[in-house]
Structure formats: C-alpha cells, structure tokens
Design a binder for this molecule. Structure first.
Ligand code: GLN
Length: 308
C-alpha cells in the first residue's frame, strides 16, 4: 500500500466512526433522502495513481461543484468579457443570499454563489436551446472526467425546480438589471439540471485533474484550458468556493476547493493531486462537515497545503 493509499484508507475509516456529521440539505426534498452515513474519498496524484476509499464509487448530486465546470466553459466562450456580468470577490454571504445584489446593481459578487452561477449559465445558454446548452455542459464534464456514463439525475432537478423560489427571485432580480439575456425559466432550467449531475468521488476527482495539471487533460495530453486560466479558476475557488466558509476552508485545508449542498467537495492541490470527498451532512454554511475535516487531515498528512 502506498503512503497515499494508506492515508486515504485511514481517513475514511476514521470518518466512518464520527457522529458529528452535520445536517443533510433538506430544502431540495430529493437531497433529504440521501443516507447521512455515506462517506467517500478519491485522490488522483500527478502520476495518475488513484487512491479511493469508502463510498468513492457511489454517485451523489454534485450541486454547486458543477459551477467550476460552467465557469470553465463560460470563460472559454467569453474570455474576460465574463467579468462584466459577474465579479470575483468573496461574498461573505450565504450561497443563496440576495442582499448584495441590490447594492451591486444586479452584478453578483462571484461565479460560485447561486446568483453568479445563474449569470454564468445564462451566458452559456445564449444562442442555444436549453437542451443544447445542457448537453454541452454534460459533454464537457464527461470529457474532462473521461467517463461517458456520467448523467443528470432528473428527479433531483425536478425536485429543485418545484422548490427553487430563492433562485427564481435571484434570477428575476438580475433580469431586471439586464444581467440575464435569456428567459428566466430557460436559464434556471439549465442551472437546476447542471446542479443535478450525479457523479462519484472517483469520477469527480478525474474531472478535476485539468485544474491540478495546469489545464491539461492527462489522459489525452490535450490542453483543456491554458495554464493561466487554470490558475485563475483555482484562485476563485480558493477565495469563493465555500461561500461564507471560504476563509475557514483556506485556513484549515489550504487548497482551492468547491463544495456543493449534496455534500461533495472538489479540491485541487496544484501540481500534486485532484481530490473529491463526499459526506452528505453539512455545516451551517452549507459545506460538508466531514468532507472538510477529511481534507484537513489529508493535506496535513501529505503536506499539500498551498501555503506550505
Ligand atoms: N442547486 C443548489 C441551489 O441552487 C446549489 C447550491 C449549492 O450546492 N450550494 O440552491
């Protein structure tokens, strides 16, 4: 067993025993049905070695982790023009907060809070039918993960669509400032569906490899995005990837990361590894409680914090 495999296995064993698991998200009814005792961890190092433990092959709803991939796509389409409709500063507010939008004239603080991600999705949708835009997002995910079995869980999307009053409010508010170009229900339809992509830790760690490898897909050697862009996406993940818990995540884990209310976290150790962890119980900021703890233990053990 390698040092990495041993670390991953021991952390997963330790997490199995913990009782302080946080609360499973319930505002999307379908997510409330998930087993709170699940825990998965998968790490892919720079040589392509995979270490996985626990429920690393069980698919879960990636939710806001999808926003890393929509940001990547939108930057590919619009380049720096994207930053006209969304900022890149930490918000210090909850993921679904509306307060800053009024002060900032409908321009969301960053692409990872819900408002910002909806604005990014709207950009990807422009010039397409919702079905085409969604297909493009899903195909991109399959391509970077090198796995064409990845799919959308329509039940989760429908569940959020029925209860997404906050997101409807955020989107309409932005629309009133002219920040969204497409009909609000079209943009939200695509947004809910990309949040409802289901992936396992192993698939997610595969998908994150290009961010840990200066923009390259190690399977094909192809450049997915320029190294400079990968660096910048990692910077936004570090500052904004955990909403009002981003400072805490940087302090404890020391890596760029993006969480989702499904309990997943994708973390990037530049030049070293792509890491995915999943435990459905969340802390009050909406970030996986044991997911953060497992990453803290892993980076400490392997010396992977970007702050050395
Ligand atoms: N789809 C979720 C929402 O819009 C995503 C939130 C999250 O994962 N933080 O509320």
């Amino acid at each position: 067993m390698s040092i990495l495999e041993r670390a991953v296995q021991e952390i997963a064993d330790e997490m199995r025993k913990r009782t302080d698991r946080g609360q499973v998200a319930s505002y999307i009814p379908e997510l409330a049905r998930v087993d709170p005792n699940a825990f998965g961890l998968a790490v892919i190092d720079a040589e392509g070695n995979v270490a996985a433990a626990g429920d690393a092959d069980t698919p879960f709803s990636i939710q806001s982790i999808s926003k890393v991939f929509t940001l990547t796509l939108a930057l590919g389409k619009a380049g720096d023009r994207l930053w006209k409709r969304v900022g890149r500063e930490p918000s210090g507010s909850a993921f679904n907060s509306i307060v800053q939008l009024e002060h900032e004239k409908g321009i969301p603080r960053n692409p990872f809070i819900n408002a910002g991600a909806i604005a990014v999705t709207d950009l990807i949708l422009s010039g397409h039918q919702p079905r085409e835009a969604l297909g493009e997002i899903l195909r991109f995910m399959q391509f970077v993960a090198d796995d064409y079995s990845i799919a959308i869980d329509d039940k989760v999307a429908a569940s959020e669509e029925r209860t997404g009053y906050r997101n409807v409010a955020l989107a309409n508010y932005m629309k009133s400032f002219g920040v969204l170009d497409n009909p609000v229900n079209f943009t939200l339809g695509v947004y809910y569906h990309h949040c409802a992509i289901s992936m396992s830790c192993r698939q997610l760690a595969m998908a994150g490899r290009f961010l840990s490898r200066a923009g390259r897909n190690p399977t094909t050697g192809h450049v997915v995005i320029p190294a400079e862009r990968a660096r910048r996406i990692n910077a936004v993940m570090l500052m904004c990837g955990h909403y009002d818990g981003s400072g805490e995540f940087a302090y404890r884990v020391g890596l760029p990361g993006k969480s989702g209310v499904g309990g997943g976290i994708l973390a990037v150790a530049p030049g070293k590894a792509s890491i995915a962890v999943w435990s459905p119980g969340l802390d009050p900021a909406g970030n996986s409680r044991l997911g953060q703890l497992a990453l803290e233990m892993l980076t400490k053990r392997l010396g992977w914090s970007i702050f050395a």
